[in-house]
Design a protein around this ligand. Structure first.
Ligand code: XLS
Ligand code: NI
Ligand code: NI
Length: 444
């Protein structure tokens, strides 16, 4: 740790201690109402199930600025010297992780250190902070859920990174990925994320889509192989998103990304990181995207946030909609829970949530909303009523000709023969009945 920047153990969130569980009747805004980390549900603690991670970029970099106004959040770690600011920010971040009780964090290279004027400075600055992270991880027990390369902010990536039509830019992106994987292994990361950034296009008039997609596949295979060579044993994630910043993002949604993963031979190493707000941008629900990933055996991790039903962009709000988290946790629990992944709060407090404590309150809201989702989803699953209804709905495939059909044992002529005399009864889907049952679980 380079002492010249380090100012010692300064406290940044003064007046706020470790956040504790106080229960649903608590009137303390700085306490968990539903997230009780030690509480056991289906054999694991809430903390072990939910594996919360804090997103460095939103919590310690996003300063409230938007296209219409400058920063509104004051960060006590700001400093005229950008490396000093980066050191102070790292300390502040770990103070926050430990006070909120998050077992994990996630970051982009660009979030943690200034990129400098050249490659050497980029690597030097990044490694300096990575070493601080290592020390702080060891001191606190907080772990790295995943890191990633920011391949979208710098103007050199305006035409994409791996899919850039200029080979030199593709090569520069590789340098960043290589460095990020090196840092990942150094920090013992459990995953590594590829969000598409500007991998997409604005106009087909100037885009060879087939060639760009092939470049992306080649690039990801190279990154995968490099990571494995240096000892990265975790999961690689693709994070689907349909648009923004590009008009057409190549990793549009879970189904598109799964097709790409399989086409490119990446399915042994890659899984999906599903973000709620990206699901809604794609015209899907959060649960739909999770289910598509789960059905393919590729559900890896989650970017836990929430969009705005009326807005067509990635507003990255903290989750407050319990109905959505119940649906999400149903899929996650049914697919066996997280292994390398977790719930990363890719969410930012609003521009006008300017008190320092609002960062805590926002995360408390998110933790509690998912704790409720977990608790209620577990209740619905263990009662078995909904699962029984689902099983009954498909029971005509459990035996006889239905089972033969599922096993691929029938020809079309045989199936048509059965169809000739099979009684065509109407069977209710019982949707409203199930929805009313869910309300009973939520509020009964
Ligand atoms: C942007 C993405 C991004 C990724 C990490 O919309 O959600 O924040 O999660 O690069
Ligand atoms: Ni995300
Ligand atoms: Ni996003």
């Amino acid at each position: 740790m380079s002492a010249q920047y380090f100012t010692g153990d300064q406290e940044f969130f003064t007046g706020i201690g470790a956040i504790r569980f106080e229960g649903p009747r608590s009137d303390n805004p700085l306490a968990f109402k539903f997230y009780d980390p030690a509480k056991k549900i289906a054999g694991k603690t809430m903390k072990e199930h939910l594996r919360f991670a804090i997103a460095y970029w939103h919590s310690f970099c996003a300063d409230g600025a938007d296209p219409f106004g400058r920063a509104s959040h004051d960060f006590p770690w700001n400093h005229a010297n950008p490396m000093t600011a980066a050191h102070l920010k790292a300390q502040a971040a770990f103070e926050f992780f430990t006070k909120i009780g998050a077992p994990y964090y996630c970051f982009h290279d660009a979030d943690v250190a200034p990129e400098g004027d050249n490659v050497d400075e980029y690597q030097k600055n990044y490694w300096e902070i990575a070493r601080i992270f290592r020390t702080l991880q060891d001191k606190t027990g907080v772990k790295l859920l995943w890191n990633t390369a920011n391949l979208f902010s710098h103007p050199r990536y305006m035409n994409g990174a791996a899919t850039n039509p200029d080979f030199n830019v593709v090569a520069r992106a590789a340098l960043q990925i290589q460095t990020c994987l090196d840092v990942n292994v150094f920090l013992g990361g459990e995953g590594y994320t590829f969000w598409g950034g500007r991998e997409g296009y604005m106009s087909l008039w100037n885009t060879d889509m087939k060639r760009e997609a092939a470049h992306m596949g080649t690039f990801l295979r190279m990154a995968r192989d490099y990571g494995r060579r240096i000892g990265f044993s975790g999961a690689y994630y693709i994070e689907p998103k349909p648009m923004e910043p590009s008009k057409h993002q190549y990793d549009y949604d879970a189904a598109t990304s799964i097709g790409f993963i399989k086409e490119q031979g990446l399915e042994k190493d890659f899984r999906l990181n599903i973000e709620n707000n990206h699901a809604t941008l794609a015209g899907h629900t959060f649960a739909h995207e999770l289910q598509v990933a789960s059905d393919a055996g590729l559900l890896g991790s989650v970017d836990a946030n929430q969009g705005d039903a009326q807005n067509g962009w990635d507003t990255d709000e903290f989750p407050c909609d319990v109905y959505q988290t119940v649906e999400a946790m149903m899929v996650i629990l049914r697919s066996g829970g997280f292994t390398t992944g977790g719930l990363n709060f890719d969410a930012k407090r609003r521009r006008n949530s300017t008190d320092m404590e609002d960062l805590f309150i926002a995360h408390i809201l998110g933790f509690d909303t998912f704790a409720l989702g977990l608790t209620l989803a577990d209740r619905i699953i263990s009662d078995g009523v909904v699962d029984d209804l689902l099983a009954k709905r498909y029971s005509s495939f459990d035996s006889g000709s239905g089972a033969d059909f599922e096993k691929g044992k029938l020809t079309l002529e045989q199936l048509a023969g059965i169809g000739k005399t099979a009684p065509q009864t109407k069977t209710s889907g019982k949707q409203e009945y199930i929805q009313s049952l869910v309300n009973q679980y939520l509020f009964g």
